[in-house]
Write a protein that binds this ligand. Structure first.
Ligand code: KG4
Ligand code: ZN
Length: 340
C-alpha cells in the first residue's frame, strides 16, 4: 500500500509544499519571497509574514496538483529546524494543526538531513540512480558547508565543516562587493559562463583537515576590488564576467580539493552534493569531471531539489514514517544545526 506524505518547508524565505507517494514526488511547489531583494538579504520579520500569506495557497496547490485529497494523507512532515524561528513557527504551527485535524502522525524533519535525503527523491515514471551507503555528501548552502559521511538514512557524521562563512555566503558576499543584488550566487553563476576563470587569482585558505574557511576570500576580493576601483572606477563593469568566473573557480577549487582529501581519508568514492550552492554550474561540472579522472561515482540533484524545497522534507518524512518516528504536538522549532 502506498504511503502519501505532505511535506512543508518554511525555514528561511521559501514557502514550499510537496506531496509524495513513497519516495516518488507527485507535486512540489515553492513560493519565493522577492521582497528581500531590496534589503540585500533575508529580513526575518518580513519572511514570517510572507510565509503566513503563502502557506495555505501553496499547500492547496500541491494537493490539487498531486490529485490527492487531504484525507488520503498518511502523515505531515515539516521542517523543524535549523532556520529562522519566526519562519519555522509558521510551518510548524500549520503542520501541527493540520495533523491534529486529520488525526494523522506529525513528523519533524531536520533541514540539513533533508538536503542530503534529496538524493532519494524519485520522479513519476523515471527511475533515478540513488547512492549506496556509505557515501560522502558535500552540503553547501547559504548557512552551511559540511562534508558528511552518510552511513544510512538517519546516521550522518559531519567530518568537515566551515569555521566561518558558508559557501553560499562566499558567493553572496562576493556578489555584493561586485554590486549585484541578493542572492548573488545565481548571478555569479550566470555571468561566470561568459568569463575567463583564470583572469584573476584569489588566494586559497590553508585550513587543517577537512574544514573550510571562506571569510579570507571575501576580504581579499574586497581589498582587490577597492584597489582596482581607485585606479579605474569602471573596473568592475569592464571585468564583471571575468571576476565572476574567477571567484566561482576559486570557490569550486577549494570545495573540490577538500572532497579529494575526504575521498582519500575515507576510501569512499561515491560523492554527492546537496544544498542551494549545488545548483552552481561550475561546481556541478567540476564534480562530474571527477567521474572520468578519478573514478568517483557522482550524485548531483536536479536543480529543483538543490535549493530549499518541500520534496526533500516529504521524502525524509517517508523514511521516518517507515520507522514510526513520529513527533509529539509539544515540539518546538530550533534555530541552530544539530549536525556538528
Ligand atoms: O539551500 P538554500 O536554498 O538555502 C539555505 O538553506 O541556505 O541555499 C541558498 C544559497 C544562497 O547563498 C544562494 O546564493 C546559493 O544557495 N545559490 C547559488 C546558486 N543557486 C543558489 N550559489 C551559486 N550558484 C548558484 N547557481
Ligand atoms: Zn537549505
Amino acid at each position: 500500500m502506498s504511503i502519501f506524505i505532505l511535506g512543508i518547508e518554511s525555514s528561511c524565505d521559501d514557502t514550499s509544499a510537496a506531496v509524495t507517494e513513497d519516495t516518488c514526488i507527485l507535486a512540489n511547489f515553492t513560493a519565493n519571497q522577492d521582497i528581500h531583494k531590496k534589503f540585500g538579504g533575508v529580513v526575518p520579520e518580513l519572511a514570517s509574514r510572507a510565509h503566513q500569506q503563502n502557506i495555505i495557497p501553496v499547500i492547496e496547490h500541491a494537493l490539487k496538483h498531486a490529485n490527492i485529497d487531504k484525507n488520503q494523507l498518511n502523515a505531515i512532515a515539516f521542517t523543524n529546524g535549523p532556520g529562522l524561528l519566526g519562519s519555522l513557527l509558521v510551518g510548524t504551527s500549520f503542520a501541527k494543526a493540520f495533523a491534529l485535524g486529520l488525526n494523522i502522525p506529525l513528523i519533524g524533519i531536520d533541514h540539513i538531513q533533508a538536503h542530503v535525503m534529496a538524493h532519494f527523491i524519485q520522479r513519476v515514471n523515471e527511475k533515478k540512480d540513488i547512492p549506496e551507503f556509505p557515501f560522502l555528501c558535500l552540503l553547501i548552502s547559504g548557512g552551511h558547508t559540511q562534508i558528511i559521511k552518510v552511513i544510512d538514512h538517519f546516521k550522518m557524521d559531519v567530518i568537515g565543516q566551515t569555521i566561518d562563512d558558508a559557501a553560499g555566503e562566499a558567493f553572496d558576499k562576493s556578489a555584493k562587493i561586485l554590486g549585484l543584488p541578493y542572492p548573488g550566487g545565481p548571478l555569479i553563476d550566470k555571468f561566470a559562463k561568459e568569463g575567463d576563470p583564470k583572469k584573476f587569482i584569489f588566494p586559497h585558505p590553508s585550513i587543517a583537515k577537512l574544514d573550510f574557511s571562506f571569510s579570507g576570500l571575501k576580504t581579499s576580493i574586497l581589498y582587490f576590488i577597492r584597489e582596482q576601483h581607485n585606479k579605474d572606477n569602471e573596473f568592475i563593469e569592464k571585468n564583471k564576467v571575468d571576476l565572476c568566473a574567477s571567484i566561482q573557480k576559486t570557490i569550486t577549487d577549494i570545495l573540490i580539493q577538500k572532497l579529494e582529501k575526504a575521498v582519500k581519508m575515507t576510501g569512499i568514492k561515491q560523492v554527492a552534493i546537496a544544498g542551494g550552492v549545488s545548483a552552481n554550474s561550475g561546481i556541478r561540472s567540476a564534480l562530474l569531471k571527477k567521474q572520468d579522472t578519478d573514478g568517483w561515482k557522482v550524485f548531483i540533484p536536479d536543480l529543483e531539489f538543490c535549493t530549499d524545497n518541500a520534496a526533500m522534507i516529504a521524502v525524509t518524512g517517508y523514511f521516518k514514517y517507515l520507522q514510526k518516528e513520529f513527533t509529539l504536538q509539544d515540539i518546538s522549532p530550533y534555530s541552530r544545526s544539530k549536525f556538528k
